[in-house]
Design a protein around this ligand. Structure first.
Ligand SMILES: [Zn+2]
Length: 217
C-alpha cells in the first residue's frame, strides 16, 4: 500500500497555502522538476533528452553533490534550466532542529552561489524540502529569508523500487494537467524508472502541444 499518493491531496495544499503546489495557468504548460542531483551520466542524459524537446526544467540540487560535480551543475545552468536548493546533506526537516536545518540550507546556498557563473539566474530563490518534510517553523523562516517553497502536484514515484517503469510513466501521464509541477529524480536510485518514463512523457505531451517550463518567480 502506498502511503504517499501520486496526486497531492487537497488537504495538504490547504494546510500550507503559502507553498507552491502547481502553477496557476490554463495554458498547455508543465513544470518538470528533478531532485537530488547533480549525478554523473544521469543528469547529463536528462539534459540531453530535455534539449531534444526544447524543454526547460528546474533542478533541486543537493549542495554536496554540486561540490562533487560542479561542471554538471554549470551545464544545467548554461542550458537555461533553473536551480533550486534541496539542502546540503538532504536533511529530513521533521528530524532536524530548525537552526541546523537553516544552516544546511545556507551551506547549499553558498555552494550554489559560488559555483554559478551568473548570480542573477532568477530573482527569487527556490527551495524544496527533501522527502517533502518541513516543519512549519522551518518553512516560515525560509519564507522570511525570501525563499519560495516548491512542493508538487504530481509524483512519478521513479525512486520506488516497487513501482515498475510502466507504472511510473502512467502516474505522470494520468495525473499531469495544465500548470502541474512534476517530480522526477536525477539520481542513481530513480534512474531505471526515470529514464524509461521521461522520454515517453516528453513525447506524449509534446505531441499534444504542451510546453515544458522552468520555475521562475
Ligand atoms: Zn530529495
Amino acid at each position: 500500500m502506498k502511503i504517499v499518493p501520486v496526486k497531492t491531496p487537497l488537504v495538504a495544499r490547504k494546510m500550507f497555502p503559502n507553498y507552491i503546489w502547481n502553477m496557476p495557468t490554463t495554458e498547455k504548460e508543465l513544470y518538470l522538476t528533478f531532485d537530488d542531483g547533480p549525478t554523473p551520466i544521469i543528469t547529463e542524459w536528462t539534459l540531453d533528452i530535455l534539449k531534444q524537446y526544447d524543454a526547460k526544467a528546474t533542478f533541486f540540487c543537493i549542495g554536496s553533490n554540486i561540490e562533487k560535480h560542479p561542471e554538471i551543475f554549470k551545464q544545467i545552468v548554461n542550458q537555461g534550466h533553473t536551480i533550486g536548493n534541496h539542502t546540503h546533506h538532504h536533511v529530513k526537516g521533521w528530524k532536524s532542529k530548525t537552526k541546523n536545518y537553516l544552516n544546511d540550507v545556507a551551506k547549499a546556498k553558498s555552494v550554489i552561489d559560488s559555483t554559478s557563473d551568473s548570480k542573477s539566474l532568477f530573482t527569487t530563490p527556490l527551495f524544496r524540502p527533501p522527502y517533502g518534510q518541513i516543519k512549519v517553523r522551518q518553512g516560515k523562516q525560509l519564507t522570511e529569508l525570501g525563499y519560495k517553497i516548491i512542493m508538487w502536484d504530481v509524483l512519478s514515484f521513479d525512486w520506488d523500487q516497487n513501482v515498475s517503469e510502466a507504472q511510473c510513466y502512467s502516474n505522470v501521464i494520468s495525473k499531469s494537467k495544465e500548470g502541474s509541477i512534476i517530480v522526477f529524480h536525477d539520481s542513481i536510485k530513480a534512474s531505471k524508472n526515470m529514464m524509461y518514463a521521461l522520454p515517453k512523457m516528453l513525447k506524449h505531451f509534446n505531441d499534444k502541444g504542451y510546453k515544458f517550463r522552468a520555475l521562475k518567480f
